[in-house]
Design a protein around this ligand. Structure first.
Ligand SMILES: [Zn+2]
Length: 209
């Protein structure tokens, strides 16, 4: 084996160890497959438990993501005090009651009070909260609250339209039903005109703006 050069005296060597063992969930999935009457050893399923674990860890990675780090200082001072709106943010989440996906679009708006957030960061904030076990109402509220906490705007409005696999695939089988939730803080809660402006901007097609 080739010897690596000794590190310079002033260099820092950091050893990163994984926070958790990577195999805690896979054996449980293997057991679940057996309980479902499957043969977890057949070719197609042989590596499924590991894949499921990896997928679940990714889909819940929002627990370990720091919103401040995601935003990474992209907060800017401005004099602008008109509504900022980011529409049609796609998201995918897992319902905490069935561990089945729910997915849809979120519309986020706020009225700056001296600071704005880089526009591209808003969808990333949505991801931080969507990649957890959620209910739609809480997801909507958390996105609104985190923007409020970050830049203390005059108000925040969030509308979330989603379809739930637990409704679409199970007994209910209402394939076309969707749920809409909203969180209105500050001016969006107190001023009807602000709320109406937000709702009309959201309902307009992007090409019309
Ligand atoms: Zn559900």
């Amino acid at each position: 084996m080739a010897r690596s050069k000794p590190a310079p005296a002033n260099s820092l060597v950091k050893v990163f160890t994984p926070k958790r063992p990577q195999s805690a969930i896979a054996p449980l999935i293997r057991e679940a497959l057996s309980d479902l009457g499957e043969d977890p050893n057949r070719e197609g399923l042989a590596r499924t438990p590991e894949r499921v674990e990896k997928a679940l860890r990714f889909l819940t990675s929002g627990y370990e993501t720091d919103v401040q780090k995601v935003v990474n200082g992209a907060l800017f001072e401005v004099c602008y005090d008109e509504m900022v709106i980011v529409k049609d943010i796609e998201f995918f989440s897992l319902c905490e009651h069935h561990l089945l996906p729910f997915f849809g679009k979120m519309h986020v708006a706020y009225i700056p009070n001296g600071h704005v957030i880089g526009l591209s960061k808003i969808p990333r904030i949505v991801d931080v909260f969507a990649r957890r076990l959620q209910i739609q109402e809480r997801l909507t509220q958390q996105v609104a609250e985190s923007i409020k906490a970050m830049i203390d705007p005059h108000g925040v409005g969030v509308i979330c339209e989603a379809r739930h696999f637990c409704m679409m695939m199970r007994g209910v089988e209402k394939q076309h039903s969707g749920a809409v939730t909203s969180a209105m803080l500050g001016a969006f809660r107190h001023r009807k005109e602000t709320r109406d402006e937000f709702l009309s901007l959201v309902s307009r097609k992007t090409a019309d703006i």
